[in-house]
Design a protein around this ligand. Structure first.
Ligand SMILES: Nc1nc2c(ncn2[C@@H]2O[C@H](COP(=O)(O)OP(=O)(O)OP(=O)(O)O)[C@@H](O)[C@H]2O)c(=O)[nH]1
Ligand SMILES: [Mg+2]
Length: 410
């Protein structure tokens, strides 16, 4: 049997992996070669495809470890090498990490756009606009023996404002994109023993949290992740809200109140057996009222409605109303997170860079048309901040853009 020495580029070769010492067959598999610089990392790459069993992997890795210079890759090492070789930008690398972690279709679509470089391309274009404006202003400063052209400075000011506004929109949008990525947070709140934990278990279709007839069962905030339609949702169960002398329970109630403030949506549990005579403390417009334990009342209790537009009768015991509630909730989450088709900022690093760029552009606009030098400095800051999104810190480029405007051999 012949030995494969040089795989044909990008072609699968059927092979047998042999133990170099004993010569015994480890597995039957495929080998693919990707010569640089067209490979993912830019380097020569060989992929070994084998069956996924742990014993096979262990034997294959042990055999590879006997070869000089071979070692297992560090986490993210291939993506890192691709970035360092200039094959992908930093936001694409982050997109690849998000792709691997994506749990929901919406997370996958969002990560895909970022990994494909859409986000990077948008910021690159905005950065180029900053550099263009900077180049125009800098040329103006350098020829300042003549008076500075006020038309040019005013145009630059308008452009700075337009760009700052676009970045501002992107920052607003980032909140939604982060929710898509991290999960939409829904808090289940209400007095003790109203069936909050039972409701979450029924929705999750598993006994995720402890349920008992003793009021004050749940004390910690417990997060349960679930898929709802296209999105990942985090339900948070919490301690029943009441005044209590018990120190531990009181801490649970404090945490539950905090949760209420931070969640994207609040579900307030009120047993269907009780009339609602006032809105729960902390109830916000858009919150949902869950009339729990609906199996205990044959006819809906007469409720004074207040501002509660969304009210659902559910029974964790019989499952009644749960399917309708789930459908309504999917629609709610879809409406809140949208069906996004454009790339968005998806992590704190990107948000910080855009916030910085936006602030610098606003400052630049404030300086114009009078203080061209100061505005130029802020434009440089904005371009640098935008460049950081792609992982670029290139002074040469800025200089290049500036000096390309000098057409006289100065
Ligand atoms: N009949 C009926 N009983 C229910 C229903 N949901 C919960 N219960 C009962 O109500 C009691 C309290 O349920 P839990 O889910 O622990 O209530 P909780 O709101 O989480 O209570 P705390 O954690 O103490 O705040 C238990 O005995 C449940 O079996 C329901 O839909 N119908
Ligand atoms: Mg509970």
């Amino acid at each position: 049997m012949s030995t494969l020495t040089r795989p044909v580029p990008r072609q699968a070769h059927r092979v047998r992996f042999l133990d170099p010492e004993s010569g015994s067959v480890i597995d039957d598999g495929l080998v693919l070669g990707f010569p640089g610089p067209a490979s993912f990392t830019g380097e020569d790459v060989v992929e070994l495809h084998c069956h996924g069993g742990p014993a096979i992997l262990e034997a294959l890795l042990a055999a590879l470890a006997t070869r000089p210079g071979l070692r297992p890759a560090e986490p993210g090492e291939f993506t890192r090498r691709a970035f360092l070789a200039g094959k992908i930008d930093l936001s694409q690398a982050e997109g690849i990490a998000d792709l691997i972690e994506a749990e929901s279709p919406a997370q996958l679509a969002q990560a895909r756009r970022q990994a494909d470089g859409e986000l990077g391309r948008i910021h690159e274009a905005w950065r180029a606009e900053c550099l263009d404006l900077l180049a125009g202003l800098t040329a103006d400063i350098d020829f300042a023996d003549e008076a500075i052209d006020p038309g040019l400075a005013l145009h630059a000011r308008d452009q700075c404002l337009i760009l700052a506004a676009r970045l501002g929109e992107e920052l607003l949008d980032a909140g939604v994109a982060l929710r898509v990525k991290e999960g939409y947070r829904i808090a289940v709140l209400g007095p003790p023993n109203t069936g909050k934990s039972s409701f979450i278990n029924t929705l999750a279709k598993r006994p995720a949290v402890i349920v008992s007839e003793i009021p004050g069962t749940t004390r910690d905030v417990i997060e349960i992740r679930m898929r709802l339609g296209r999105h990942e949702v985090i339900f948070a169960d919490s301690a029943g809200l009441r005044e209590t002398e018990d120190e531990i329970e009181a801490e649970g109630v404090r945490r539950a109140r905090q949760l209420a403030c931070e969640a994207d949506l609040r579900l307030w549990a009120v047993p269907a057996t009780e009339p609602i005579d006032s809105l729960p403390e902390g109830f916000r417009t858009g919150d949902i009222c869950l009339r729990t334990k609906s199996d205990l009342v044959a006819i809906p209790a007469i409720t004074e409605r207040h501002a509660i537009s969304d009210e659902f009768r559910v029974s964790a015991k019989t499952g009644a109303g749960m399917a309708e509630f789930r459908m309504a909730l999917i629609a709610r989450v879809d409406a809140a997170l949208g069906n996004r088709t454009h790339p968005a900022l998806t992590n704190a690093r990107q948000v910080t860079a855009v916030r910085e760029a936006s602030a610098a552009l606003s400052r630049a606009a404030d300086q114009l048309p009078e203080h061209v030098e100061l505005a130029a400095e802020d434009l440089r800051g904005a371009a640098n901040a935008l460049g950081r999104i792609a992982g670029r810190m290139d002074v040469e480029e800025i200089l290049g853009a500036v000096f390309s405007r000098f057409c006289i051999g100065k």
